[in-house]
Design a protein around this ligand. Structure first.
Ligand SMILES: Cc1cc2nc3c(=O)[nH]c(=O)nc-3n(C[C@H](O)[C@H](O)[C@H](O)COP(=O)(O)OP(=O)(O)OC[C@H]3O[C@@H](n4cnc5c(N)ncnc54)[C@H](O)[C@@H]3O)c2cc1C
Length: 469
């Protein structure tokens, strides 16, 4: 029996997509940067079906590309151009298995979207805190496989920090399951950590138990227009000392980045009370509390601290509508850049104190090599995570720049390396950065990663060409 016939018999013919039209949306990444081919896209609905698909593919020597919501920004979910791979789209394996509100945990299948997971948590008065701009598409499995970060890492941590247990189909088709809701469990190696952030190269995540938190009762969002990045770093540090654990986000956005939002998403309006759009930088600080009076006390403390420091406390949005308006601007950054056209994207991690130096030195080096280059910089300043995207407004010049991506990357990563940073903070490696990973990983890391990969996936068929090359 052919592999396709085996898959059809196991899953049902309508869960095995073979025509180019049916496959199209699974073969191109969200940015439109990568395009691949596949002999089939399959849509399993149970863990057992995923295990069967993996066994069939492994015995046929066929590569497997796991895919969630296909919103990854490094091409990790896109197959190569050979047409040999089977894409395993996880979106129909999407049930909530259980919620334990008293244990503050939820167990759900990998294909559930982030928004669905958050809604399920809210239905029992709990918060699932991971928040990204593409929550209606992004899946639980995809966020685990990339160890996604997003807007609330400052308070709640990365996806890894939120995970209590996992169920994984290993490359040999067996199911490894440890869906405990335990916060303390030192029984040997913490195996789930191997699969979190592995971008589907070590196995297929089919379900997970995740932490929940109390749902905040009151939130405020502070918007500051600032003249330079050093002021933003200082204001973030001041906010940390005033708000401590109540500060749930700290977002930096350059005026150039905001100009693309204004151009492509004219519906994203700044509340009139803010006054003007920033000339240089904006900083957004979110504060969350479980009691409205406590929130007010925190905001008064903020105003006092700013007065003492002789700095502006910014526009403080307490009304939900005004906060939603500001978040719509922040969440529109990726979409507005997509509409503007391709860019060379960087997702770097830095000590927070070195962000101003990084921006100064990387910008100067880039302007020297690529005069007039447009730098679209924004990021999660509280996590030391900067998105530093490069383009030219002129499409012809931009195409030339994209062709020189390697040179531009080398300029940026040289500064990152010198400042003890990371070339991949939250988006992962995918097919965008394996060669850069090999150059920047600490001594011995690549050999250890390859050893682990060879042990778990000796045929090298789980998402080949991603992370390790
Ligand atoms: C508008 C927008 C905003 C974004 N903002 C952020 C942000 O703030 N922070 C951030 O970290 N990311 C952000 N991202 C990137 C993206 O949303 C994350 O990388 C997300 O985790 C990908 O989830 P996904 O379900 O779409 O996975 P996919 O894109 O489908 O896959 C991503 C990787 O995970 C693997 N994978 C997927 N599912 C599984 C599974 N079940 N088992 C094993 N491997 C699997 C794939 O093979 C691939 O390597 C943003 C993306 C967009 C489009």
């Amino acid at each position: 029996m052919t592999l396709i016939a085996q898959l059809q018999q196991c899953l049902g013919a309508d869960q095995v997509l073979t025509s180019p039209e049916a496959q199209a949306s699974y073969l191109k990444d969200w940015r439109g940067r990568y395009q691949g081919r596949a002999q089939a896209v399959v849509l399993p609905t149970t863990t057992q079906a995923v295990a069967d698909v993996v066994r069939f593919c492994m015995s046929a020597g066929v590569p497997i590309v796991p895919q969630g919501g296909n919103t990854g920004l490094c091409g990790g979910a896109t197959p190569d151009a050979s047409g040999k791979a089977v894409v395993v789209a996880m979106t129909q394996l999407n049930r909530i298995r259980s919620i334990d509100a008293t244990n503050f945990s939820i167990t759900a299948e990998a294909g559930i979207t982030l928004d669905q997971l958050k809604a399920a948590a809210e239905s029992v008065d709990r918060l699932y805190p991971l928040t990204l701009g593409a929550g209606h598409l992004t899946t639980l499995g995809g966020t685990l496989a990339t160890n996604a970060g997003g807007l609330q890492v400052l308070r709640y941590g990365m996806t890894r920090d939120l995970c209590l247990g996992l169920e994984v189909v290993l490359p040999d088709g067996t199911v490894w399951s440890k869906l405990s809701g335990l916060r303390k469990d030192n029984t040997g190696y913490d195996l789930k950590q191997l699969f979190i952030g592995a971008e589907g190269t070590l196995g297929l995540i089919t379900a997970a138990t995740m932490k929940l938190y109390p749902l905040p009762a009151a939130r405020a969002l502070i918007w500051l227009n600032l003249p330079d990045v050093s002021s933003a770093v200082d204001r973030h540090a001041l906010a940390q000392t005033v708000f401590a654990g109540a500060q749930t986000a700290s977002e930096l956005i350059s005026a150039t980045t905001l100009s693309l939002v204004r151009q492509h998403l004219p519906e994203a309006l700044l509340p009139t009370a803010v006054g003007a759009w920033p000339e240089a930088w904006a900083l957004m600080i979110e504060v969350s509390a479980h009691d409205a009076d406590f929130l007010q006390a925190l905001l008064c403390a903020w105003q006092r601290a700013c007065a003492t420091a002789g700095v502006n406390a910014g526009y403080i949005a307490t009304a939900p509508d005004a906060q939603a308006q500001l978040w719509a601007i922040r969440k529109g950054l990726a979409e507005s850049q997509k509409r503007e056209g391709l860019a060379i994207k960087h997702d770097v991690g830095l000590p927070i104190s070195r962000i101003p130096q990084f921006i100064d030195e990387a910008s100067a080096a880039l302007q020297k090599r690529f005069p007039g280059i447009r730098i679209v910089a924004f990021g999660h300043i509280g996590d030391g995570n900067l998105h530093f995207n490069l383009s030219y407004a002129d499409p012809v010049k931009n195409a030339g720049l994209i062709a020189q991506s390697a040179e531009a990357n080398a300029v940026v990563y040289e500064v990152v390396g010198r400042l003890d940073g990371s070339i991949a903070a939250e988006h992962g490696i995918g097919q965008l950065k394996p060669t850069w990973l090999a150059q920047h990983a600490p001594a011995g890391s690549m050999a250890l990663m390859r050893q682990l990969k060879a042990t778990l996936d000796p045929q090298g068929l789980m998402n080949p060409g991603k992370v390790l090359v």
